[in-house]
Design a protein around this ligand. Structure first.
Ligand SMILES: C[S@@+](CC[C@H](N)C(=O)[O-])C[C@H]1O[C@@H](n2cnc3c(N)ncnc32)[C@H](O)[C@@H]1O
Length: 251
């Protein structure tokens, strides 16, 4: 039997990214609401935004129509091309294929945004700090560990389910691990007609990283680091009702 080990998230690979456009991003309406709420957190004198790992960027229209200059970076050529086409008529929109660990701007932006993030890394935060102007702000969306301990939703449904169709056995395991505070995703596919087993594993990293992310921002030089909810109110770490909140730091 042929055995294949695969990453569940294969961002940057064309076949994965092309498919991902049909299922991976929040729907447009949700993204627009989110972008409008985010805009209320922007400092009043800000003009330039860099959006880290922007995906297909549909929510940028809110900021572009308000007159901001928006630069989107993403590792996926597919998503960046989609974004360029989508904003072909907007002079102030710019899209670049770039790994967030290789971001290379200096004192260029008033705001750096990172929504629905895959992973905050020390290198990327340092690069974001460099890319911001003095007093620039970094707005980083975070997952509320408390929420996923007690709730599921259609995208984050806890399951360990086997299905069978046309000789293919498929296990999807998606579980919140209360010990590590990580959402784990794993799939096992027994493709009997092709005598193949595929084992897919996910990133697992989102929630674990939350525990040290304030220190990662501080180490990069950010100050006045705070947690705010989507309505701009202080986020309580006891909150179990909201899924996401923002960590904000200033240069
Ligand atoms: C869950 S999507 C979120 C996209 C977008 N921010 C949003 O809110 O819709 C995660 C994005 O991270 C991008 N990504 C993953 N690893 C990356 C890396 N090393 N550098 C830049 N972008 C990356 C993916 O290509 C994908 O577009």
């Amino acid at each position: 039997m042929k055995i294949i080990e695969e990453k569940y998230n294969r961002y940057g690979e064309e076949d994965y990214d092309t498919q991902y456009i049909s299922w991976g991003f929040d729907d447009l309406e949700t993204q627009i609401v989110m972008a409008k709420k985010l805009q209320k957190l922007f400092p009043s004198n800000a003009n330039t935004i860099v959006d880290i790992a922007c995906g297909i960027s549909r929510y940028h229209q809110v900021w572009l129509k308000s007159g901001y200059e928006v630069t989107g970076i993403d590792i996926s050529k597919t998503f960046i091309e989609y974004s360029r086409d989508y904003y072909i008529d907007f002079e102030k929109a710019r899209y670049l294929v770039c790994d967030f660990n290789e971001l290379n701007f200096e004192n260029e932006f008033d705001i750096a945004i990172w929504t629905d993030p895959v992973e905050l890394t020390g290198i990327s935060v340092h690069r974001i700090f460099k890319a911001l102007k003095q007093n620039g702000v970094f707005i980083y969306e975070m997952w509320n560990d408390n929420y996923y301990k007690y709730h599921t939703d259609t995208r984050h449904n806890d399951c360990r389910t086997w299905t069978y169709k046309d000789g293919i056995y498929h296990l999807i395991r998606h579980e919140y691990n209360k010990i590590t505070c990580a959402s784990e995703h794993e799939e096992i596919i027994f493709d009997i007609p092709n005598d193949t087993m595929i084992h897919k594993t996910g990133l697992d990293a989102k929630n674990v990283n939350n525990h040290c992310s304030v220190q990662v921002l501080e180490a990069a030089g950010f100050k006045n680091i705070r947690f705010l909810d989507y309505d701009g109110r202080p986020f309580s770490t006891e909150n179990q009702q909201i899924k996401q909140f923002f960590m904000i730091g200033e240069k």
